[in-house]
Design a protein around this ligand. Structure first.
Ligand code: HEC
Ligand code: HEC
Length: 220
């Protein structure tokens, strides 16, 4: 290959990459591509079981990134990796657009493993403190900075919404950041934070953020 040919190939690849990043997915096409997802994530992206994350209302770019990361095993989950390997780049964008357009159904607030109301209140109070203020003793950053004061996440930066996500799933994925099964957070943004947190703190912040009601959605 001559220097000129190489130049053009590089140029075309660059163009293709940029194009795919900017391409807007089509929610209608995306819906048709989610038949194989419904069994776990629900027909509208509101999942049936607490171990399956809900996808309704998540930023399209976040969904597309996760599918890509499962393919590349930056995020390791046998089921999702084999599913993701069957989704092409265009469909990834369409699927993202479909789920972003879906409305979240409010989560049932039920802390079943704690007996008394006092224990439940204490858990949510600790969660709120860590979410809103961080922890000066350990250097833990406050979650609201990126995930939003009322759960209004910085969606344009592809930060996922935590509101309405089952707490069990949040605890599981936070533990995976901690034990490095999940390493797809650019600049180690989540790993740095979670390394400073105890299991009790992770549980508290998971329940608190799951129960948040985004103000932007209330206004819709
Ligand atoms: C057999 C059940 C199952 C099916 C079918 C399934 N998923 Fe998943 N999905 C999961 C589980 C479990 C996770 C959480 C994996 C983890 O903890 O890393 C997940 C995670 C995801 C995530 C990341 C969500 C987040 O909040 O980070 C996306 C995106 C996703 N799935 C998309 C899809 C799409 C698109 C399809 C269909 C083409 C699909 N899934 C089919 C079980 C399933
Ligand atoms: C500086 C910004 C920032 C801060 C602060 C932050 N996060 Fe995150 N968080 C992110 C980004 C970005 C991602 C998406 C990573 C990826 O692409 O997979 C993420 C992902 C997550 C996820 C995975 C969501 C899913 O659907 O799988 C959870 C849970 C989470 N963060 C909880 C928290 C909690 C709890 C705190 C506070 C203790 C916190 N985050 C603080 C930026 C941040």
């Amino acid at each position: 290959m001559s220097f000129n040919q190489k130049y053009w190939v590089v140029g075309l690849v660059y163009f293709a990459l940029n194009f795919s990043v900017n391409a807007q997915g089509d929610a209608e096409i995306g819906k048709l591509k989610t038949m194989a997802c419904m069994g776990c994530h629900g027909p509208t992206g509101n999942s049936f079981l607490p171990m399956f994350p809900s996808l309704a209302g998540q930023p399209a770019g976040y969904i597309a990134k996760q599918i890509q990361d499962f393919k590349e095993a930056d995020r390791r989950n046998a089921t999702m990796t084999s599913i993701a390997l069957g989704i092409n780049e265009a469909d990834t964008q369409h699927i993202g657009a479909f789920y972003e357009s879906q409305i979240k159904t409010p989560i049932v607030k039920n802390i079943t493993h704690l007996k008394t109301d006092a224990e439940k209140t204490a858990l949510l109070t600790l969660g709120k403190k860590l979410y809103d203020n961080g922890n000066a003793d350990t250097g833990q950053a406050a979650c609201f900075v990126c995930h939003g004061k009322n759960g209004d996440a910085l969606v344009e930066l592809n930060v996922p919404n935590l509101a309405n996500q089952p707490p069990q799933y949040l605890i599981s994925t936070l533990n995976e950041f901690k034990n490095r099964k999940r390493t797809n957070d650019g600049e180690r943004v989540m790993r740095r934070i979670i390394d400073t947190m105890s299991s009790e703190q992770i549980e508290a912040v998971a329940y608190y953020s799951s129960y948040l009601v985004p103000t932007l959605e209330e206004k819709k």
